[in-house]
Design a protein. Structure first.
Length: 196
């Protein structure tokens, strides 16, 4: 329910701000992917994630209702296909109104957290990989443990670990160049052919 409602919030905000449709959705055991028919920049994804989490902190009700045919004609809602018969509408004030028959939390605060893991170009649009709720928290905990371990190994503060890894990688590149040059000089002194 956390994953599904999180996807509703994010897809609703993408549609609200950019008019893009959710054209593909997969909820796996490890992550959720959502495909949109438009491209989003990293800055836009960050802003959408912030707004989605604000809706979670605001603990907005997730409402489910079955409008009459007449009411449905007046509603502005997302739907991937034409639906016949009774339609179930799920609304989250300020971000989404969608035809859906899935399970959802009662209030957005039950989701706790939405985290965008990555985004890549996909079929002319973008595929967003995300996590919500307990899975997002577990992902954070694992990454935090890894960051602490890297920081200890490099003798830096956790918030400096990324920069320290970049410096270490650059130093490694420079050392490889230096070793290559030293080998070249050694082979020249020995009168041996240069080895690759």
């Amino acid at each position: 329910m956390q994953q599904h409602t999180g996807e509703h919030i994010f897809s609703g905000l993408v549609h609200k701000h950019f008019g893009y449709d959710n054209v593909g959705f997969h909820m796996g055991t490890d992550e959720v992917t959502v495909d949109f028919n438009g491209v989003l920049t990293q800055e836009q994804l960050d802003e959408l994630e912030d707004e989605a989490n604000q809706l979670i902190y605001d603990n907005v009700p997730v409402k489910v209702f079955y409008p009459s045919k007449e009411e449905l004609e007046e509603l502005d809602y997302r739907s991937k296909k034409e639906i016949e018969g009774q339609v179930r509408i799920v609304t989250i004030e300020g971000c989404d109104s969608c035809a859906c028959c899935g399970t959802h939390v009662a209030k957005t605060g039950e989701i706790r957290l939405i985290k965008i893991l990555s985004a890549q170009k996909y079929k002319g649009g973008v595929r967003v990989t995300m996590l919500s709720g307990e899975k997002a928290y577990a992902d954070y905990c694992l990454k935090h443990i890894n960051t602490l371990g890297i920081a200890r190994l490099l003798s830096v503060k956790p918030e400096e670990a990324g920069d320290a890894v970049v410096r270490l990688k650059q130093k490694n590149i420079e050392m490889k160049k230096e070793i290559k040059q030293l080998k070249k000089e050694l082979y020249a002194l020995q009168g041996a052919p240069e080895r690759k």
